[in-house]
Design a binder for this molecule. Structure first.
Ligand code: FES
Ligand code: FES
Length: 214
């Protein structure tokens, strides 16, 4: 067989001998190492704050300013209850299911258990305590009393705050809008019919309607 009829040697497949391939690859690796050596060292990441380190935060709650130092993991609910002594917002599930912890953030109902205290800086926080009017009960609170809209009362602060938020966004809600407005607030006592009546009455009160017994 003539030389030019021989099958290609396994060492020279594709026109590059095994020796040539190894040499090329070696040069490539050396070149890459040289480039890496010339690159500036990567910046060190900033140190993580310790989990229990306290950071400064300024919270506006019910019209008052509070300067505090809080751990980054603390919820707004924890800070309201344990640091500020505002215990109307209740701890129920602490995982965004029951609504017992509802507060207003810039007028919108939010779960305080699902909000980090640090996240609440710069917004107006309103708790049930902040709904009182001139030392007396606010309109929504009076409507809940008038309609007996509670049994054990554990969910009641969250329900009242949720209705307050609803009426700020929609001063005259219909029955279905009221149901939707408190859909995120569970009542294990099943006081819903009276809660719905109280919400409708609260809308009238806020528009100048008279207080009345149920
Ligand atoms: S305690 Fe916040 S949703 Fe239940
Ligand atoms: S009144 Fe008891 S949970 Fe609502």
């Amino acid at each position: 067989m003539a030389d030019d009829e021989r099958p290609p040697s396994p060492d020279s497949a594709g026109g590059l001998s095994r020796r040539g391939f190894l040499t090329t690859a070696g040069l490539g690796a050396v070149g890459l190492a040289a480039v890496r050596a010339a690159a500036p060292p990567e910046a060190e990441p900033p140190p993580e704050p310790a989990a229990d380190a306290r950071l400064p935060v300024t919270l506006r709650v019910n019209g008052r300013t509070h300067r505090l130092r809080v751990e980054p993991r603390w919820s707004l609910l924890w800070v309201l209850r344990s640091e500020l002594g505002l215990t109307a917002a209740k701890s129920g599930c602490e995982r965004g299911e029951c609504g017992a912890c509802t507060v207003l953030l810039d007028g919108v109902p939010r779960y305080a258990c699902m909000t980090l205290a640090l996240e609440a800086e710069g917004v107006e926080i309103t708790t049930l305590e902040g709904l009182a009017e001139e030392g007396g009960l606010g309109a929504v609170q009076r409507a809940f009393v008038a309609h007996d809209a509670f049994q054990c009362g554990y969910c009641t602060p969250g329900q009242i705050v949720a209705v307050e938020g609803l009426l700020r966004a929609n001063p005259a809600p219909g029955p279905e809008e009221i149901r939707q407005g408190v859909a995120g607030n569970l009542c294990r006592c099943g006081a819903y019919p009276n809660i719905f009546r109280a919400a409708a009455h609260a809308a009238e009160l806020r528009q100048g309607g008279p207080d009345r017994d149920r």
